[in-house]
Design a protein around this ligand. Structure first.
Ligand code: BG6
Length: 487
């Protein structure tokens, strides 16, 4: 069973408290931590938004959200949790009397006061300025910023500077919820708590790496945001690059935030930039057309947009061949791929090792070892190996995984990524959050990719909804004599 160590009492203010993220993730995450006894009953959870809701309207909205995210419902437990909730309707970009009401909800006993910006990033700087004006940027304050931090390097810098003018960098928690996923953290444990892997974790033994984050869902009511963003800004700039960093980074000196971040930034700075000349061979962008997802008809991306956006060239899929220019990884491609409306929700990191150097067995049996870390669904790890098929019928080999499935080995409900990350904010542990430099280094590289696409007028390919993506993505690997890992 998992052990939940209680955290110290804290107050949290969720700006955008009635929004999608708050309802789907944040309030249920706090509820689950409360159910496991990790959150103290003196904590205050304050929802803030523009909607003129009463306290009981807000409690009802929170209840519906928690019920949707909880399998075993207890009305008694809910009542206790509901007593932690407060709500206030106000304009958070301007100082005024409402802030006094908000302050009145907060406990002034030196506990962490967490301000969670689950709003559009366009107002991050204004809200922080106001927090400063009304004196809420105290030494106990912690600011949590959701992605996207900007839409390019310039806008990310502007946000970081504006926010940094009010809060110290050590009080700023930039969330990438992929870093809160169990398998992602397990990647750190696997690499650095097992002596087995470090000697083979480099160009000496690894042929290539694949990172796939495939989604079967479409725009989920976020067309407005997504159409201005696309797969590269929405997924690669943050989630996939973070997975790449953890896979590729050098062993950090310690698990402290500074040490881990230092190693991740080195990887980001070693990513080979694309140019208009190289981008065509090393990337694919595509948009989905109508198709069948799990047997259900879905319309094309363009048909889900409003009429005025119907000519959109936004990519809903991207596949990249990435080179890391350092001694450990020279010549080892990292293939990244993400897309909406693909065949299934499937995310994994696949490390493919080099084949054995000498062909002792049939060449058909020379299948390389693969280590597959599955993020979702069925979190776990599998190390694919060759073994002898039992029996006297000669030397026949079988390719099978050593299987470490979480579901079979741990009888726990895995806390959602947000549950872990919120508790880390309370504990003041910055290791799983992105630093300003990381966000900016990631944007610098992504900006070059997007500019190269534009300069070279890279074609937007298409793929049927419910497929594995466009043919060109398979061709990109085929050119290198490789294939995408589809299991
Ligand atoms: C978000 C993206 O950051 O991550 C979404 O904005 C995406 O477009 C989501 O659907 C995927 O997260 P998860 O945890 O469901 O894989």
């Amino acid at each position: 069973m998992a052990e939940f160590i209680p955290v110290d009492p804290f107050d949290i203010v969720i700006f955008g408290g009635t929004g999608d993220l708050s309802k789907r993730k944040l309030i249920p995450a706090l509820f689950h931590r409360f159910l496991d006894g990790q959150i103290d009953k003196t904590c205050r959870i304050v929802g803030v938004a523009r909607s003129k809701l009463s306290q009981s309207d807000f409690a009802e909205l929170a209840k519906v959200a928690c019920q949707a995210a909880t399998s075993e419902w207890s009305e008694a437990a809910w009542e206790k949790f509901a007593s932690l909730l407060e709500y206030i309707a106000m304009d958070i970009t301007k100082a005024g009397k409402d802030w006094d009401v908000l302050k009145g909800y907060l406990t002034n006993d030196g506990r962490p006061q967490i301000f969670y910006l689950a709003t559009t990033p366009l107002i991050y700087v204004d809200v922080c300025k106001t927090l400063g004006d009304v004196g809420l940027n105290t030494p106990n304050a912690r600011l949590v910023l959701e992605k996207p931090i900007g839409t390019d390097l310039e806008s990310a810098r502007a946000i970081n500077e504006g926010v940094g003018a009010v809060f110290d960098e050590r009080a700023i928690y930039r969330i990438d919820h992929y870093l809160g996923k169990e398998t992602v953290q397990n990647l750190i444990v696997l690499r650095f708590a097992n002596a087995l892997f470090e000697p083979v974790w480099s160009r000496n033994a690894i042929d290539h790496v694949q990172i796939t984050v495939a989604e079967d869902i479409g725009l989920e009511g976020r067309a407005d945001y997504y159409d201005r963003s696309g797969a590269v800004r929405d997924m690669i700039q943050n989630h996939l690059l973070q997975l790449l960093c953890l896979t590729a980074m050098e062993p950090p000196n310690s698990l402290d935030a500074d040490d881990v971040r230092t190693e991740k930034i080195k990887v980001l700075k070693a990513l080979k930039p694309y140019t208009a000349e190289t981008v065509g061979q090393n990337s694919v962008k595509a948009q989905y057309e109508a198709g069948l997802v799990h047997g259900e008809k879905v319309s094309s991306y363009l048909d889900t947009l409003s009429a005025e956006d119907a000519q959109s060239e936004t990519e809903t899929f991207a596949a990249l061949k990435v080179s890391i220019e350092n001694g450990r990884w020279a010549g080892v491609p990292f293939y990244l791929r993400t897309g909406k409306r693909m065949e299934a929700r499937r995310s994994s990191i696949m490390i493919q090792f080099k084949p054995t150097p000498h062909p002792l067995f049939n060449s058909a049996d020379r299948v390389p070892n693969r280590l597959v870390m599955r993020l979702q669904p069925d979190e776990g790890m599998r190390l694919f190996m060759q073994i002898k098929e039992p029996g006297p019928g000669g030397m026949r080999l079988k390719y099978l995984p050593l299987d470490l499935s979480y579901a079979e080995n741990f009888t726990v409900r895995y806390p959602d990524a947000y549950e872990r990350l919120l508790m880390d904010v309370v504990r003041g542990n910055l290791a799983l959050f992105m630093s300003r430099d990381e966000v900016e280094a990631a944007w610098r590289w992504v900006d070059q990719l997007l500019a190269s696409w534009e300069e070279s007028e890279q074609a937007l390919e298409t793929y049927a909804a419910g497929s594995q993506g466009p043919m060109q993505s398979a061709i990109m690997l085929d050119r290198d004599g490789r294939e995408w890992w589809e299991q």
